[in-house]
Design a protein around this ligand. Structure first.
Ligand SMILES: Nc1ncnc2c1ncn2[C@@H]1O[C@H](COP(=O)(O)OP(=O)(O)OP(=O)(O)O)[C@@H](O)[C@H]1O
Ligand SMILES: [Mg+2]
Length: 309
């Protein structure tokens, strides 16, 4: 286990920001840490990045305990915070050289590494631009470039895509996929699941300091999707088709909408042959049977709400 928290608790005065949190992340995972505003994501990440002390419980990174062994942890991790500071009069290359020096990377090695991270984050063409003149998406990539200088094993990214336009989001996601492919263990936070769905190997959903769900994206969606909705198209009489479908076992409702029959099913089997059979038995032709596309955003809302109740 490369990241492990045991009963991790953080209080700010009376406010319990993290409540006995258990988090396990295996080496090589890309873990999506999801939760609404104020859930405790930043607090967890700052503890793991050794910037904040837990009130109670323990956090371990690469086997070292945060607090006692923070100095052993720091060279192994890279932390991209949810804000970007101001760097007046500094150009991109100087910015990276400055941080490389902080990691004791100097001379030819420094030039080589700065060149490499600029290339990886697609910022080579901006090496002479003022940092403050970069767009938000570029600043975000520069933040990532900065934490790659010392080639850490683990990356913590706190909402790296927030405030970015769709294209910049896609670029960040592609960059993170590449880093994951290179073998880095990644913990990335977001308040929306869809954004992470195709990137993460597993996710955790946190709400008011407590972990509500841990598992794969598929499992999260499976739980969120209570039953499923099927669209059936036929050139024949729609009302007759509706009648044929509504009385089948496992069908909750069936109605005619937009020139098709829309049926909701109790479970999410993915097998609709029983609907096809019932239609054929009534000599109803079938032009299409398909499952309604699930909106990830809605699924996530349903998932958190369902678990809270
Ligand atoms: N320095 C602080 N002093 C007092 N309370 C704090 C402090 N930092 C965070 N909190 C509180 O702890 C709780 C968790 O905050 P945290 O920043 O970890 O949430 P988050 O999941 O990162 O939220 P967001 O999505 O808004 O970034 C919130 O109720 C917040 O108000
Ligand atoms: Mg936060």
């Amino acid at each position: 286990m490369i990241i492990q928290t045991i009963n991790l608790t953080k209080r700010y005065g009376k406010l319990v920001a993290l409540d006995n949190l258990h988090l396990n992340i295996e080496e090589g995972e890309c873990f999506g840490y999801i939760g609404p505003n104020g859930a405790g994501k930043t607090t967890t990440i700052r503890i793991l990045a050794t910037l904040l002390q837990p009130t109670w419980g323990e956090a371990r990174v690469c086997g070292h305990v945060v607090g006692y062994e923070s100095r052993k942890i720091r060279p192994l991790i890279g932390y991209v915070p949810d804000f970007f500071g101001a760097y007046e009069d500094m150009v991109v290359q100087e910015y990276l050289e400055f941080f490389a020096a902080a990691y004791n990377i100097t001379g030819r090695k420094r030039d080589q590494i700065v060149g490499d991270v600029l290339e990886l984050t697609d910022l080579s063409y901006k090496r002479d631009a003022l940092v403050d003149s970069l767009s938000r998406g570029m600043k975000q990539r520069l933040s990532i470039a900065r934490v790659l200088l010392h080639d850490p094993k683990v990356l913590f990214l706190d909402e790296p895509a927030s405030g970015l336009d769709p294209r910049a989001r896609i670029e960040i996601r592609a960059l993170l996929k590449e880093l994951h492919r290179m073998g880095k263990t990644i913990l990335i936070s977001s308040h929306i699941l869809p954004e992470l769905a195709d990137l993460c190997t597993s996710i955790g959903i946190i709400e008011r300091g407590e972990m509500r769900f841990k598992g794969s994206v598929t499992e999260a969606l499976r739980r969120a999707r209570v039953g499923s909705v099927v669209h059936v198209k036929t050139p024949d009489d729609l009302e007759r088709a509706r009648q044929a479908i509504i009385n089948l076992p496992g069908v909750q409702t069936a109605e005619v909408r937009d020139s098709m029959v829309v049926a909701s099913l109790e479970s999410d089997t993915g097998d609709f042959s029983f609907i096809a059979q019932a239609m054929l038995a009534q000599s109803l032709r079938i032009h299409e049977i398909k499952q309604e596309e699930i909106n990830l955003e809605t699924a996530f809302m349903r998932l958190t709400q369902g678990i809270v109740q």
